[in-house]
Design a protein. Structure first.
Length: 266
């Protein structure tokens, strides 16, 4: 037992050392990127940054508007209305779809646009493709949020004579709105940070020049320590700010407050 305890202590120390090394390296890398990004913000005249930020926000907003509500509807049906093995099968399908990389959606969209004879890509077309891409992610996170609703809410609603459909939409969904908002925020962040799908669509011409599309297209050609390179790091910093801001705004609280209960059950 003593030898085993000593081995466990050495393993714990080794894991702590590796964790400290990884955290230190990540902090140093983040500090370097932050410094170059701030330098780029100071150095650039923002003429290239603002249009790219506007294009990123436009695509992400369109994608969230078109993909969030259908994803939540799929989640409500999966978590509250489906029964038996169909529920688990639906969750497995959502997990597989959410894990698909953006290049799959981008390539499929290119093939479909070619069949439809669409020559140039607009912000709306890009937003529709991103909406299809984020829908499984929003649905999967919404299912997890709905599963966290107390069973007592469902039982009380059913005792009052409400159907399963009424219980889902009038009781469960209002009680878990913070989790659903976090799911929509995660979908927005994924749409804003998508790179390959947007770049593939932009290759047809006329596509929106988002922050990620410009970074992946111009960074290999930008000379090191040049104003061009610094402006690209400023774009990456702006993307980090957008994603972090949305994640913090949509983050649900650690504990539910009494106001989370529907007013009809108080």
């Amino acid at each position: 037992m003593n030898a085993l305890g000593a081995g466990d202590r050495w393993l714990a120390r080794a894991l702590r050392a590796v964790a400290a090394l990884l955290l230190t390296g990540s902090a140093a890398l983040a500090a370097a990127m932050l410094a170059r990004g701030v330098h780029g913000l100071v150095e650039t005249d923002l003429r290239g940054l603002l249009p790219a930020t506007r294009a990123t926000l436009s695509c992400a907003v369109v994608a969230t508007a078109l993909g969030a509500l259908p994803g939540m509807a799929v989640a409500v049906y999966t978590a509250e209305l489906s029964e038996g093995p169909w529920r688990e099968r639906a969750v497995r399908v959502l997990e597989v779809c959410a894990a698909l990389p953006g290049v799959v959606f981008g390539f499929a969209a290119l093939r479909l646009l070619g069949l439809l004879g669409v020559g140039r890509v607009s912000t709306l077309v890009t937003g529709v493709v991103l909406a299809v891409m984020i829908l499984p992610t929003v649905a999967l996170l919404s299912v997890e949020a709905l599963r966290g609703a107390p069973e007592a809410l469902r039982e009380a609603s059913e005792a009052l004579g409400a159907s399963a459909w009424q219980t889902a939409w009038r009781v469960v969904v209002p009680s878990r709105w913070r989790g659903l908002a976090a799911a929509a925020g995660a979908g927005f962040a994924r749409a804003a940070g998508e790179t390959v799908a947007v770049q593939l669509l932009a290759s047809r011409g006329g596509g929106p020049r988002t922050l990620t599309a410009r970074i992946i297209d111009e960074l290999p050609r930008a000379p090191t320590s040049s104003p061009w390179n610094h402006s690209l790091f400023a774009m990456s910093l702006m993307l980090l700010i957008l994603s972090t801001g949305v994640a913090l705004l949509a983050r649900p609280p650690a504990r539910s407050s009494p106001s989370d209960e529907p007013s009809s059950l108080r």
